[in-house]
Design a protein around this ligand. Structure first.
Ligand SMILES: Cc1ncc(COP(=O)(O)O)c(C=O)c1O
Length: 366
């Protein structure tokens, strides 16, 4: 029998498959529970905007034809709404696809990648697949210390990547600190700011749109998604803002019809529904505060989050047992074993009712 692992390219045999949150249907099937809630994958608990749903349903009717390969209307809407030049945009089947493509373009065995410790796992997976070493920078009280990141960058560093706010930790770097950092990074080191949770990082009056800095910093790449606040995770659509040369490379490498027509239509319409985003973000801000109160009251060590989830430390208690007990009660949360954080569970902030259910279950277990 042929050893296909040996035939596969480079570092693929050295990575483990991505561990996704358990789907609701799987828990229903395995545990025989009908009423299951998923607080594990940072999805939007309100579903998607009605405008997006209507546009998606309409687009299904034309499913026999190929999508617009260049995503003209979505790019145009992004330009109108945020001012990004369309030649700086690349669309992807989720931002994950774009991150993969970017690493494929720029990472190889001759370079290294600098990441804060406990970064979103895809960055290290893609570094390994493409043969590069990863240099991890320790966090300082769960926050990224940009001075330490600067110290870690050397002549071989091709990419430094951050999720901002971070996943799975939830802390964020301020616009001011990031701008200062960008001035000091070597020009041939790409700085990737992955803003999957950007919309939830509200309330800071000094917050700036980092994608606007691309003109001044050609080595900056900002990644965004419609999967989280916009509620389109299942449709798979995201975008990158970069300088036109990088966008052109990404657009060469991507598959010709990488974003399907339903996703394109839904994302374009979703950008018209500010009310839905406001409802989503307001609920998240309010409920996030309730998580912090609940954790403080019960002696749990919640990390202050700027995202739509909270990483909760259970200390000496058995977090894995708590996760499996929650599962038996129909609540799926996310253990962070893949990050070697055994005592922490990442819990997505749901609707007030979902959060009440989680709090009641935790009270019973604690
Ligand atoms: C930090 C971060 N980046 C990117 C993604 C990928 O999201 P998507 O491919 O759905 O856009 C996720 C998903 O959980 C994430 O947490």
């Amino acid at each position: 029998m042929t050893d296909f692992l040996k035939l596969a390219n480079g570092g693929i045999s050295r990575i483990k498959p991505y561990q996704a949150g358990k789907p609701i249907e799987e828990v229903q099937r395995e545990l025989g529970i009908a009423d299951v809630i998923k607080l594990a994958s940072n999805e939007n608990p309100f579903g998607m905007s009605p405008k997006a749903r209507e546009a998606a349903a309409k687009a299904v009717a034309s499913g026999n034809t190929y999508p617009d390969s260049n995503g003209y209307y979505l790019k145009k809407r992004l330009h109108q709404k945020f001012g990004y030049s369309t030649d700086c945009l690349t669309l992807g089947a989720g931002s994950n696809e774009l991150i993969n493509l970017l690493f494929q373009l720029f990472v190889n065995p001759e370079v290294n990648v600098v990441l804060p410790k406990y970064s979103f796992v895809v960055y290290s997976m893609e570094s390994t697949v493409n043969g590069a070493a990863v240099k991890y920078v320790p966090l300082d009280n769960w926050k990224v210390d940009l001075n330490k990141v600067l110290q870690a960058i050397d002549a071989k560093t091709r990419i430094v990547a951050f999720a901002n706010p971070s996943n799975p930790i939830g802390t964020a770097i301020s616009s001011r600190d990031m701008k200062d950092f960008l001035k000091k990074v070597p020009e041939d080191t790409l700085v990737v700011i992955d803003e999957a949770y950007n919309e939830f990082n509200s309330g800071d009056p000094t917050f700036e749109d980092s994608a606007k800095w691309v003109a001044a910093h050609p080595n900056l790449v900002v990644s965004r998604t419609f999967s989280k606040a916009y509620g389109l995770a299942g449709l798979r659509v995201g975008y990158m803002v970069s300088n036109p040369d990088i966008a052109s490379l990404l657009n060469r490498l991507r598959a010709p019809f990488n974003v399907n027509s339903v996703a394109l239509a839904a994302a374009t319409a979703a950008l018209d529904d500010d009310e839905f985003i406001k409802k989503t973000v307001d609920n998240n801000t309010k409920e996030r505060a309730r998580y912090m109160e609940f954790c403080a009251k019960h002696g749990l060590d919640a990390i202050e989050s700027k995202a739509n989830f909270v990483a909760v430390g259970f200390g000496a208690r058995d977090a894995q047992k708590i996760a499996s007990e929650l599962m038996k009660r129909g609540i799926i949360v996310r253990p962070l074993l893949g990050y070697a954080l055994r005592d922490i569970l990442r819990i997505t902030i749901g609707t007030p009712e979902e959060n009440d259910r989680l709090f009641a279950a935790l009270e019973e277990l604690l």
